[in-house]
Design a protein around this ligand. Structure first.
Ligand SMILES: Cc1cc2nc3c(=O)[nH]c(=O)nc-3n(C[C@H](O)[C@H](O)[C@H](O)COP(=O)(O)O)c2cc1C
Length: 180
């Protein structure tokens, strides 16, 4: 594997908003989650838990990401994965306080990035969903009110008539600079 393989993966991953009816094997979702959980985290605190949702729970969770008519396509996603905060460790919490930075939020973002890239490599489409009713999701998943669920990831097989879109990104001269 070299950079061009990784570059192809990064360019291929896109938010999928059209899933087909093929069933997503639970074992595949588990493998993707296990890979994502190799992500780095502040002080290696791993302040997270991934909860994969299938069947009836998936159907109920879908409603939590569709308020005001948003994310209708999520109904067709074979699986949802809730990205949740959990645990953490003393050094990371102390570091967050001393450095005035929410490292858990950062760690969950990195975890999510790993998840969607692993999904793409496994042949699945994905869409990160930040539009969610966190309170209802917490209740559905039996989580306490301290648990954050910043995003839910919809996963499934992309419809074959959905091409890879050109990336819409700011010009790199606005988003990257080098200082010497
Ligand atoms: C934190 C976060 C929340 C998002 N929430 C939603 C969402 O609720 N619904 C949706 O359709 N897309 C959502 N997206 C997907 C973004 O719109 C998408 O990543 C962005 O437009 C870039 O497109 P691409 O993923 O196809 O490269 C979210 C992405 C992130 C990172």
């Amino acid at each position: 594997m070299d950079l061009s393989d990784i570059a192809a993966l990064y360019r291929h991953r896109q938010s999928c908003r059209a899933f087909d009816e093929r069933e997503v094997p639970e074992a595949l979702i588990k493998s993707i989650c296990e890979l994502a959980l190799l992500a780095p985290s502040a002080c290696n605190a791993q302040p997270w838990k991934l909860i994969a949702l299938f069947g009836e729970t998936r159907a109920r969770a879908v409603k939590c990401v569709q308020e005001l008519g948003m994310n209708r396509f999520a109904s067709d996603a074979g699986a949802l994965v809730a990205v949740c905060s959990a645990g953490g460790n003393f050094t990371a919490k102390l570091g967050s306080r001393l450095k005035d930075t929410d490292f858990t939020a950062n760690d969950l973002g990195i975890l999510t990035a790993h998840l969607v890239l692993a999904a793409d490599a496994a042949g699945l489409g994905s869409c990160i969903l930040g539009w969610r009713n966190e309170k209802k999701l917490r209740a559905l998943l039996g989580l306490d009110e301290k648990t954050r669920i910043p995003v839910v990831v919809a996963l499934g097989y992309a419809r074959e008539d959905c091409p890879i879109r050109p990336k819409k990104r700011k010009p790199y001269d606005e988003t990257y600079r080098a200082l010497h």
